[in-house]
Design a protein around this ligand. Structure first.
Ligand code: MRU
Length: 340
């Protein structure tokens, strides 16, 4: 399920806030439309946010709008996923090198989208190669087709394993407070008839203790040079549980999620979202009125807790900093040799 597509003068995207019960497609043409789509989470997931921003800049260019202003406004929508800033910088290079050619920005945005789909498929295959036999995986949030150009990162691995008949079932964390697991991951898996069991976030430890989780696999919003990973709030708790119970903890992400300018996970900006996401459920208050709420949308899993990071370039293991440096250079050489 592609969550977004270019339609010639703008983008069409599915409003993920309404899934799984309503499938409503929204058209974005103005900068304000794209800003709202990302900020209000009609579209979400690190790679999908980057693709949406690229389409936003292509639209602004076609309308002869101010691209610098568009960059600043789009960059201010959500702070944690580095794919947003990566996509904006990639688009900026294009209009700097080809001024007055808005169609070049459209081509670049479509290329960002197409390449993301190819990267997800490659992540899926690399990840599936790590497993033998039939497995019970646990995932958190939604790192599926809806969070990317299509296919997904963590769910890309699940999809590739399902094609090999290696998925016994997937434990799906509901992912409080925004419920990306319950609403989106369960929806994607059910649609493809991949067996899944929805659980509340606080049940994961119980099933690990009873040896019913063979591995945890999650996506990422930003990975630093040392291999520290920001992902949906609750991810680091899972990683700590995995260490205690001896369960492998995998992160699946495209290279565009690596922030090589940042060393430590301590430096990753963590988005704080509305208190209503915590105090209310589906518009109804569940907490006493006026209660003080904290709502960080992401947390950081530090690299000692991570078994491996699965990328389209291959699988990274400790020491992550060395692997990341070598794989980054290796790809640059490969691109240089092929003339890309
Ligand atoms: O707040 P969200 O829904 O944008 O958070 C999404 C996640 O944390 C995903 O796990 C991450 O972006 C990876 S998506 C392939």
């Amino acid at each position: 399920m592609r969550p977004i597509d270019w339609i010639g003068d703008g983008a069409r995207l599915v409003d993920q806030r309404l899934l799984p019960h309503q499938e409503v497609w929204v058209t974005c043409r103005s900068l304000a439309d794209f800003e709202r789509a990302i900020r209000d989470m009609l579209i979400r997931g690190a790679p999908a946010i980057g693709i949406c921003a690229a389409y936003g800049l292509a639209s602004v260019a076609l309308q002869g709008g101010d691209l610098e202003e568009a960059c600043v406004r789009l960059a201010a929508t959500r702070p944690t996923a580095v794919n947003l800033f990566w996509a904006i910088e990639r688009m900026r290079k294009v209009w700097t090198n080809s001024p007055g050619q808005p169609e070049r920005l459209v081509q670049e945005a479509v290329a960002i989208h197409d390449q993301d789909v190819a990267m997800c498929r490659s992540i899926g295959e690399h990840g599936a190669d790590l497993f033998e036999g039939s497995v019970r995986l646990l995932t958190h949030c939604n790192a599926g087709a809806l969070a990317t150009g299509d296919y997904g990162t963590a769910l890309g691995v699940v999809r590739s394993l399902a094609k090999r008949n290696q998925v016994q079932w997937v434990w799906v964390d509901e992912t409080r407070p925004f419920l990306q697991g319950a609403r989106l991951t369960a929806f994607e898996l059910q649609r493809e008839q991949i067996p899944c069991r929805l659980i509340c976030d606080n049940m994961a430890g119980h099933f690990m203790q009873r040896k019913q989780v063979d591995a945890v696999i999650v996506g990422a919003d930003r990975i630093t040079r040392l291999g520290d990973v920001a992902n949906k709030i609750g991810t680091s708790t899972l990683a700590v549980l995995c260490k205690e119970y001896g369960v492998p903890f995998y992160v699946a992400a495209p290279w565009s999620t690596l922030d090589l300018a940042m060393d430590s996970g301590w430096d990753i900006p963590i988005e704080e979202r509305s208190s209503l996401e915590v105090s209310h459920h589906a518009g109804t208050a569940v907490a006493p009125e006026g209660v003080t709420v904290a709502n960080p949308a992401f947390d950081v899993t530090f690299h000692p807790y991570i078994t491996a990071i699965i990328t389209e370039r291959g699988v990274l293991r400790a020491p992550f900093a060395d692997g990341i440096r070598i794989m980054d250079q290796r790809d640059e050489v490969a691109l240089g040799q092929s003339g890309g």
